[in-house]
Design a protein around this ligand. Sequence first.
Ligand code: HMG
Ligand code: MG
Length: 305
Amino acid sequence: MSLPTKIKIVEVGPRDGLQNEATVIPTPVKLQLIEMLGEAGLSVIESTAFVSPKWVPQMADQSEIMHGILRRTGVAYPALVPNQKGFEAAMAANCEEIAIFTAASETFCQKNINCSIEESFARFEPIIEAALERGIKVRGYVSCVLGCPYEGDIKPAIVAEIATRLHQLGCYEISLGDTIGVGTPLAARKMIDAAGRNVPIKKLAVHFHDTFGQALANIYAVMEQGVATIDSSVGGLGGCPYAKGASGNVATEDVVYMLHGMGRDTGIDLDRLIDAAIFICEYLKRTPSSKVARALMAKRIAVPA
Ligand code: HMG
Ligand code: MG
């Protein structure tokens, strides 16, 4: 199959990128980051999570974030929702798109949302139904699609089964998460082959953490299968509090640089994206982990504007 001509990037930095940070980031800083990502041309910016503040303190300002976003026309600002309480809070905060999340590993599901995979579906079915009735789009996440920190290898058939159920329930897109970043290109392809048997490939997204440095190679490998939606995080930030040792998501700037090099128009201004990466990384007192950000930052120092 030839590579897709149009690629959608789902920016998860304000949510996945920041959820694991130890020191609480002030709401205005998060809002400024979301604004800068919008300015850079991102059309989907996952902005927060309506999860329990006891479980993920960093997301405790979810309602302030949703109310504070200066919403741009044509940009979606989805938020994670783990249960009915989270759904009600998301609706009260005028959330227009939600993402529900389960896993292909029983143990991870328990550790992450305190229920079995089956129980997660029992939680999500009425939420999806209520959301669709209100015209709210629902994205579905499957975690641990290429390995679990507790159970090790995960069979592609399990991923396929969970993805199919989410699709049948009405999720418009299923994001397949390599939560701990252990996947390699051929394993990623096998997993997409399986998941794509019952779900149209156009409805599949990939969500690679980059722990072992394989994310870009994995993305290219699955693009060759027709996958056209890629999750990524500005500055390569990210990680799941319930997946120890997992590093950040693939950096948005690395993905954008690769796509532009392939002649794909992303609608994203790489320079402005780097501004956003520098902004949040300076706040966190660290250098962006991505090679593209580092290379472009070095160039800026060499040639002052
Ligand atoms: P629980 O403890 O089983 O919930 O947690 P509960 O219903 O028994 O309630 C316990 C307390 O939490 C109660 O408060 C509830 O009111 C409160 P108390 O009476 O003790 O004062 N509570 C809530 N508060 C605010 N918002 C809510 C909410 N629900 C209950 N929505 C729960 C179950 C799902 C809430 C918890 O396990 C949780 O919040 N988990 C979220 C974990 C998380 O956010 N993980 C990271 C995101 S997933 C991820 O990163 C993977 C992904 O990136 C893809 C990939 O990489 O694979 C998406
Ligand atoms: Mg993630």
